[in-house]
Ligand binder design. Structure first.
Ligand code: SAH
Ligand code: SF4
Length: 387
């Protein structure tokens, strides 16, 4: 028996080629793609404008299969978090953040992460595996149609779209899972799939320089770079990848990217760590660094989501504001991420425990209650992207 092809794994060109091999014309592939990505259909029999003969062929050769949902929680503020199964005891998170005029989906690209940044619990759990295209785009597919089902909104292009923005800021380093990530990005942008504009899709990277250049050629979406430090010595310590691609090289790559980017700035993410990278001197060093390289950028300060194993603490709010002020006084647009979803424990880089010991929910909940007692009720909050 031949193995079934998961059609969620194919980008637009690949679907055309796959249908071609079945003797079908390219417009059939487009129809099929619309059924899958615009109507959320997985049952070929429901694809009524496809010929019966094609539907029969599809049934014996293909499936449309997104990763299974392990848990699904909605916060009182509307933030919704799914934990999805990606096999072999691995799970990743997908988070939906509703705002007044848009809905942002935060998706994962790897189970675990090899970069091992000091402040990230995804990194602390090590690297498990790369997600496939179907597992990456499957998060968007699942979330869009789950959200519509919940709200009673019909599938299809006429129904109100729930997800208007996508950020690759969940688990994993997208540029270290390059091909599947780019294939998924192409589907997000394709008019016969999700039709998102390039500026509404943001990829966040810890700074894989050669892949930033490659992305500028293959699928230039909005770029966010996890900076987190104002000099190489500090960044070597916080983001180990810096030893391979130091700041000057990273910033040069950002500048080259901007020649092809849908926005005229790069977003620099900066996780605020108490006493580590958050002093006035650090802020001034950043201002000098940006000026030296004349980089067009915007800062997004992220209050650190603490986890005990890190031995790090979140900067106090007045410190974050003072830090932001120095950047703003130098003419750099700066935002501070708001926190959301605190009652459902959805936070950037905090899922390691949940992924690895999800069999023991009771234990985990107790552990979380303990953390909250120790670190305050904000522990485990998700951060929101305020661009
Ligand atoms: N690997 C990519 C994208 C995923 S992480 C990257 O590093 O950019 C998304 C963002 O969350 C990054 O800016 C990352 O540095 C930040 N982050 C990770 N752990 C965090 C934590 N504990 N608290 C706050 N932000 C965190
Ligand atoms: Fe990986 Fe990003 Fe976490 Fe660093 S911050 S360990 S690159 S997921």
């Amino acid at each position: 028996m031949t193995t079934l092809t998961n059609l969620l794994d194919l980008d637009p060109a690949q679907l055309v080629a796959w249908c071609g091999a079945l003797g079908e014309k390219p417009f059939r592939a487009k129809q099929l793609q619309r059924w899958i990505h615009q109507y959320g259909a997985s049952d070929f029999e429901s694809m009524t404008d496809l010929a019966k003969s094609l539907r029969d062929k599809l049934k014996t050769r293909a499936i449309v299969s997104a990763p299974a949902i392990i848990s699904d929680h909605t916060s009182t503020d509307g933030t919704r978090k799914w934990l999805v199964d990606v096999g072999n005891g691995n799970a990743v998170e997908t988070v939906f953040i509703p705002e007044e005029n848009r809905g942002t989906l935060c998706i994962s690209t790897q189970a675990g992460c090899a970069v091992n940044c000091r402040f990230c619990s995804t990194g602390k759990q090590g690297f498990s595996r790369n997600l496939s295209v179907g597992e990456i785009i499957g998060q968007l597919w699942m979330a869009e149609f789950e959200l519509r089902r919940t709200k009673g909104i019909a599938p299809g292009p006429k129904g109100e779209r729930q997800i208007t923005n996508v950020v690759m800021m969940g688990m994993g380093e997208p540029l270290l899972n390059y091909e599947p990530t780019v294939t998924a990005l192409k589907l997000m942008l394709d008019d016969n799939a999700y039709g998102l504009s390039r500026r509404r899709v943001t990829l966040s990277t810890s700074g894989v320089v050669p892949m930033i250049d490659k992305l500028s050629q293959d699928c230039a979406v909005a770029l966010a770079v996890s900076l987190h430090a104002s000099n190489d010595k500090l960044r070597d310590n916080l983001v180990p990848l810096n030893k391979k691609y130091p700041l000057a090289e990273l910033i040069a790559a950002c500048k080259r990217y901007l020649d092809f980017a849908p926005r005229d700035f790069v977003t620099l993410e900066y996780c605020m760590l108490d006493g580590v990278n958050d002093t006035d001197a650090h802020a001034r060093e950043l201002v000098a660094l940006i000026a030296k390289h004349d980089l067009s950028c915007k800062f997004n300060l992220i209050p650190f989501n603490p986890f005990p194993e890190s031995g790090l603490l979140r900067s106090a709010n007045p410190r974050i504001k003072a830090f932001a002020q120095i950047l703003m006084d130098a003419g750099i647009v700066t935002t501070i991420r708001k926190t959301r979803g605190d009652d459902i424990d959805a936070a950037c880089g905090q899922l390691a425990g949940e992924v690895q010991d999800r069999t023991n929910v009771q234990d985990r909940m107790q552990k979380m209650a303990g953390y909250q007692e120790k670190y305050g009720k904000n522990f485990g909050r998700i951060v929101e992207i305020s661009e």
